[in-house]
Design a protein around this ligand. Sequence first.
Ligand SMILES: Cc1ncc(COP(=O)(O)O)c(C=O)c1O
Length: 362
Amino acid sequence: MDIFKKHIAESKNYVGGKSAEEVGGGRKMHKMSSNENALGISPKAVAAAKEAAEKLYIYPDGTPKRLTQALAESYDNKIEPSQIIVSDSGSSVIEIITRGLLNEGDEYIVTNPTFQLYKVLGIKAGAKLVDVRLQGDDFQLDVDGILNAITDRTRIIYITNPNNPTGTIFPQDQLDRLFNALPDHLVVVHDEVYEKFVEDPNYSSALKWVLEGKNIIGLNSFSKMYGMAGMRLGYAYTTPKLADYFTKLTKPFSTNRIALEAGIAAVQDKEFLQKSIDHVHRSKKYLYAELDRLGVKYWKTQANFILIKTEKDPSELEQFMVTKGIMVRPVNYFGADGCTRVTFGLDDANEAFIKALEEFHN
Ligand SMILES: Cc1ncc(COP(=O)(O)O)c(C=O)c1O
């Protein structure tokens, strides 16, 4: 049909991980494939959601101001609530940024292997993808490669930190070097949805650079640390000027009543958040020791998942794991050929995964 835009008609949609219902067909599965929170959701958020459900017949707040206030407090009020953009997921915030900045023929930089949604949405905008691949076995950023790839048409650079699917981080001094050398006709999206799980002291969230007034957006999600993947809620924080611009692309009343109330409760439940972080750190130690024992290659992680490489094909591993009631994610699609991403589960899931991996190897 002639009315269609060619770059949309010919584009492919993002391929997300499957649900446990789809794969297990009613069987209980250990879902270690989508980086959800193994501990579930804050009981306080559940209580708030239930209460909000009774009032679903009434419109929610027109703007999510009470949520942005709670989020600003979670950054010790170093940013104003008006610097926070809320949408129905981190993915949706990426879509807003793409829509706001990319015209046909513009360029955007990604650093594969990484999260593929940036690529998918940029293509739909008719923009040109420029891939400056990560370097070496430790997946480091090619700062000079990125600087050399910038043209007058570059509008967005996506930095995923901690990175998905590698679980690795880019240290603050490396990013300082990059950000200090950037021209001002582009914006950096610092995707930090796994930020709370980081232990490495060389890490910095986008807050530092936002406060310095750089053109940088810290992208976050309620799906990971807040255990609300099923809710669909995400946000970003940035400079007042950029926030004002992107807020114009949000819709009135678009944060539904349940998401709003549960989101506020989740942000304020620091105890649940800390428990989730502690669990991730404990799981990590356990898996490092077990993977060492089995001689399986893995990368040290700063997120709630770990990247491993097996001798056999990842799709074979994926299928074998399903027979054991476990879901893992092969990540060829993310640009990490031959690798599998495993989300930390509860202790029984982590143990079941190791047992199955041992069988798979023998
Ligand atoms: C790096 C990264 N960014 C953004 C998202 C989007 O999260 P959501 O749309 O669930 O908020 C994900 C989800 O897997 C992710 O891994």
